[in-house]
Design a protein around this ligand. Structure first.
Ligand code: SAH
Ligand code: SF4
Ligand code: F3S
Length: 467
């Protein structure tokens, strides 16, 4: 095969689910780059398609099979032209459904779970040589992180870095402990090396990822284990790295050091996604969340003590089995008390194999929908208020990409809000002081102001929304 033929291979990865899947998809592309797979614009253009799937809520498998049905036709067309299309299913549905995928879609070539990505070149070779399906849903003894290559030469300004994977908490509604396996933390040295590589490749902001990122307990080079606070402390020393974020945290693992770090480490951004799920102790108990409402509120109060302007985000599940109107109203009360800058809210979805799916007192769909709508009215109003309260403030914006108008750049405020600025005097990857001038549907508009040491950036006060 000539070099030109080899270079003609194209890869298309479609990513569903959480940021960890986004990170994993990028690493799969890195693993396949030495096999001369370059990025394709779409499945029609590709020699290999990977669906990186998510199993967290309903209809994940149905969505997968209808997508596979479409790809089957692309593959058939390709075969009439004498070419092949390798079809692969990765991610959490692959882990959960395994061989069932080959049974229902025998034209699929590869099915592999999140712990097998480093073995992708070998799987591709096996599928190409032998034909037929290759399945890899083991939890191998070796860690994929030790085998994945360094991230590619160019990084986005804001990059993801997985530092922890898996979960031992076993919330009764959740599939993650089954699809991602037991909790595992990467050593500090490995994280530091990857972070430095990302910064060298252009990253200015890094979001540390983990299913329970604040349960991080990676080996420390000086011995013992580092907490997330300890790790962030080390990473903050990287020159050129301007901003650090982390997600997703569990309220139980929000320790005092981490809370305090929000007040003392300027690179740690004042935005925290801290899922609470419900405002009712009875529901939290049946969810096996391992904390009460009071604990959550106490952690939030401490956080605000250390960093008064912090913006909070959360996840909510409504209509958990046995949730009464009073339980639901307790959730509304918690939302009113805390005040969220943004949040994700979901109807409870019974996931096969999880304890909550087998609980009695499952709620009717209509009731779940009605409660979700009521919660979302409140959360949307809080988000609006929070964003509106930013108008007129002066904030440092880190620019990440070009906007739609000539000269316009789009960046993020410290609170993760998207901000559009016309012709700022800085480049992508740099920070400018911006006065927020207007609120749009999903973003803010701003105008750059000349920095002057006398006028310190506005750190805000406790401008939490109050609805
Ligand atoms: N590790 C994180 C969340 C991971 S899943 C944590 O502990 O909070 C992301 C979100 O999906 C969850 O916070 C939850 O709100 C939602 N979710 C998970 N399983 C769900 C289910 N069975 N039904 C509805 N929402 C669910
Ligand atoms: Fe799922 Fe709970 Fe683990 Fe989060 S903490 S990943 S919700 S089991
Ligand atoms: Fe989905 Fe798996 Fe992430 S189930 S949310 S892709 S960990």
């Amino acid at each position: 095969m000539s070099r030109a033929d080899r270079l003609a291979k194209k890869l298309f990865i479609k990513t569903y689910g959480c940021q960890m899947n986004v990170y994993d998809s990028a690493r799969m592309a890195d693993v396949l780059a030495p096999l001369d797979y370059a990025a394709a614009d779409g499945p029609e253009d590709a020699d290999m398609v990977i669906l990186n799937t998510c199993h967290i809520r309903e209809k994940a498998s149905e969505k997968l099979f209808s997508e596979l049905g479409r790809l089957r036709r692309v593959k058939a067309t390709r075969e009439t032209e004498g070419r092949t299309l390798i079809l692969a299913v990765a991610g959490c549905v692959a882990q959960a459904e395994g061989a069932e995928i080959f049974r229902r879609a025998p034209y699929v070539d590869l099915v592999f779970g999140p712990q097998a990505y480093h073995r992708l070149p070998e799987m591709v070779a096996r599928a190409t040589r032998a034909g037929g399906g290759v399945l890899d849903t083991d939890f191998p003894v070796e860690s994929k992180f030790d085998y994945l290559p360094q991230a590619s030469k160019e990084s986005p300004v804001s990059a993801f870095l997985s530092i922890q994977e898996g979960c031992d908490k076993f919330c009764t509604f959740c599939v993650v402990p089954y699809t991602r396996g037991a909790e595992f933390s990467r050593p500090v040295s490995a994280v530091l090396e990857e972070a430095q590589g990302l910064v060298d490749a252009g990253a200015r902001e890094i979001t540390l990822l983990g299913q329970n990122v604040n349960a991080y307990h990676g080996e420390h080079p000086v011995g013992g284990r580092a907490t997330l606070a300890g790790l962030i402390d080390v990473l903050a020393g990287i020159e050129g790295l301007l901003r650090i974020r982390y997600t997703t945290s569990h309220p139980r693992d929000m320790d005092d050091d981490l809370l305090a770090l929000h007040g003392s480490e300027p690179k740690l951004m004042p935005f925290l996604h801290l899922p609470v799920q419900s405002g009712s102790d009875a529901v939290l108990e049946r969810m096996n969340r391992g904390h009460r409402v009071e604990h959550y509120l106490e952690r939030v109060a401490r956080l605000r003590h250390h960093r008064p302007d912090i913006a909070l985000s959360s996840d909510f599940i409504v209509g958990f089995p046995g949730e009464t109107e009073a339980d639901f109203e307790a959730t509304l009360a918690l939302v009113r008390e805390v005040g969220f800058a943004q949040a994700f809210s979901f109807k409870f979805s019974p996931r096969p194999g999880t304890p909550a799916a087998m609980m009695e007192d499952q709620l009717p769909e209509a009731e779940k929908e009605e409660r979700l709508a009521r919660l979302q009215v409140l959360l949307t109003a809080q988000k609006q208020d929070w964003n509106a309260a930013t108008v007129g403030r002066r904030l440092p914006v880190l620019f990440e990409s070009a906007g739609r108008h000539p000269g316009q750049l789009v960046g993020r405020s410290p609170y993760l809000q998207a901000v559009h600025v016309e012709s700022p005097g800085v480049a992508i990857g740099e920070v400018a002081e911006v006065v927020i001038t207007a609120l749009h549907a999903n973003s803010l508009a701003g105008r750059e102001v000349a920095s002057s040491p006398a006028a310190a950036p506005d750190k805000g006060d406790a401008t939490r929304p109050c609805v």
